[in-house]
Design a protein around this ligand. Structure first.
Ligand SMILES: Nc1ncnc2c1ncn2[C@@H]1O[C@H](COP(=O)(O)OP(=O)(O)OP(=O)(O)O)[C@@H](O)[C@H]1O
Ligand SMILES: [Mg+2]
Length: 224
């Protein structure tokens, strides 16, 4: 069996609120292995985005811990940021793109930050965006892209990054069935290069593509 890349052990998280604290996650245990796609589902407000936040170190859990290759995430913010930059790629629910970069520049960004020569990175980004149906939109700035187009650019950037772990939050939320399937299959295909993919989605298509589907309900994680 392949190695665990990310592991959540006994995670708990609540948020303070005027009406008393909101308990979002309770005793969450999850393992994500190299070359595996884990699909997280659950009702709106059940804590899926919060869980992704904890897994990436963007949010500090109240209890429990997250292991990256069997080592606890570093405690300093700068070390956590470095780990994310070097090993993780993200597709967030909103606000993925830098407004002052074009679609192709946004998609190439992670590659360029990792040292790929600019021309090669832009070329790879153009090809993937074209595959995703955005060949006519390469030089559009995000404000001139539809929500679904922005989402495809964000997925392209994450997919190209070569990251060990890809965390995607509703990556097909704004897309029609055909585009959703293409994107989902591309994400699933990243497993062949050893990438661990964690995808939050209501889309039942991920049930067939993922190695495992887990469901958040009442703060707990259930299989299936
Ligand atoms: N910063 C915060 N402060 C207080 N409450 C928060 C905060 N962030 C999220 N919440 C609450 O925590 C719960 C879980 O939020 P989260 O965003 O993780 O849900 P989700 O499963 O991703 O939902 P969705 O499917 O709608 O994206 C929600 O009830 C939300 O209102
Ligand atoms: Mg969410």
């Amino acid at each position: 069996m392949s190695r665990a890349v990310l592991k959540a052990v006994g995670l708990a998280k609540s948020y303070p609120s005027p009406g008393g604290k909101i308990v979002v996650l309770q005793d969450i245990n999850l393992e994500v292995r190299q070359g595996e796609m884990v699909h997280i589902t659950g009702p709106s407000g059940s804590g899926k985005t919060t869980l992704l936040g904890c897994l990436s170190g963007l949010l500090a859990p109240d209890a429990g811990h997250v292991l990256f290759h069997d080592k606890s995430l570093p405690s300093s913010d700068s070390a956590k940021a470095r780990l994310r930059r070097e090993h993780m790629a993200f597709v967030f629910q909103t606000g993925n793109l830098l407004p002052y970069l074009t679609a192709v520049q946004n998609a190439a960004l992670a590659l360029i930050l990792k040292g790929t020569p600019q021309r090669k990175a832009l070329d790879m980004a153009s090809r993937l965006l074209t595959e995703f149906g955005l060949g006519e939109r390469l030089r559009h700035y995000p404000e001139r892209l539809s929500g679904g187009e922005q989402q495809r650019v964000a997925v392209a950037r994450a997919a190209l990054s070569g990251a060990e772990v890809l965390l995607a939050d509703e990556p097909t939320g704004n897309l029609d069935d055909a585009n959703s399937r293409q994107l989902a299959e591309h994400l699933a295909g990243l497993r062949h290069s050893g990438c661990a993919v964690v995808v939050v989605s209501h889309d039942p298509m991920f049930r067939e593509l993922a190695d495992i589907t887990v469901r958040l309900r009442g703060g707990r994680l259930e299989v299936g």
